[in-house]
Design a protein around this ligand. Sequence first.
Ligand SMILES: Nc1ncnc2c1ncn2[C@@H]1O[C@H](COP(=O)(O)OP(=O)(O)OP(=O)(O)O)[C@@H](O)[C@H]1O
Ligand SMILES: [Mg+2]
Length: 321
Amino acid sequence: MDNPTYLLEVKNLCRYFTSGRGKKKLTVKAVDDVSFGVKPAETFGLVGESGCGKTTLGRTVIRLYDPTSGQVIFNGREISGKMTNDLRRYLTENIAMIFQDPIESLNPRMTVEEIIGEGLKVRGVKDKDEIRRRVVEMLEKVGLNEEHATRYPHEFSGGQRQRIGIARALIVQPKMIIADEPVSALDVSIQAQVINLLNDLKSEFGLTILFIAHNLSVVKYFSDRIGVMYYGRLVEVARGDDLYAKPLHPYTRALLSAIPEPNPLVAKAKRRVDYDPERDHDYTHEKPEMVEVEPDHFVYCSPSEFARYREICKRVGKVGA
Ligand SMILES: Nc1ncnc2c1ncn2[C@@H]1O[C@H](COP(=O)(O)OP(=O)(O)OP(=O)(O)O)[C@@H](O)[C@H]1O
Ligand SMILES: [Mg+2]
């Protein structure tokens, strides 16, 4: 049964990479039994350190990778099954991806107009004037203009290239955007501009966004809910304010303690905590699973951890009430 609360629902998704043969065979569980949902028009932030599987998760959802097992449902339709022309079309019409590296992800031999207009062609728009008009309209929405249409990607700054990437993603009017670290390759001063742009476009188009980031400081003000990923697994999912007020999983606590604090007095008093799965959990007798500790707050934990987390939630109470 799919859950009507969610636009995108990911159920027990796994994506493994295997290399080598025989005894040298090595399997990396890049995404391992991940389940979560993204509600319509919300921004879901996905955070975790380098190599934890964020990009693989995003790419598996949009079918740049095939899942090893599990299910992905979008707007009631399964998108993780056998690839067909119809499913390919459904995916391109509904979900678009913005990539981390705005240089690598734009074809250097295509003009900006060709890059942005490509999605329209795929959707069967043939009229050159219409393509031009819609490309220019989109360029203006992302803070560029008509003059930029005939230029090539290398003629732009990093921030401008990312704007081109955003225009390319939005031209087909998808319901959902998967933004894979869209600002991490940009200067700090430009990061805020691009995030604000995404935020504006989000309200204008009623977009649903899966926003992937390395650390919590980027998603903090931007996400409605946040999922924390550790070594292929989601360990905690909660509304942003709940996650900050009552982080339950020890890895979430470690991530929060690593956010840079601008006030030196507060920074001095802040204690950095580290996460050591061997030390922090005892799963010899109890198996962990993803459970809802309080409404909309999920943690990957064992039954005894669950009891402890419930106590913490009771003690802290409702945030923002
Ligand atoms: N195409 C691939 N072939 C083999 N292994 C891969 C492939 N892509 C990713 N991996 C492995 O899967 C794991 C997760 O990688 P992934 O790129 O998804 O992490 P990430 O969280 O996006 O990291 P980063 O924050 O650095 O972008 C890593 O161990 C990585 O080496
Ligand atoms: Mg990545």
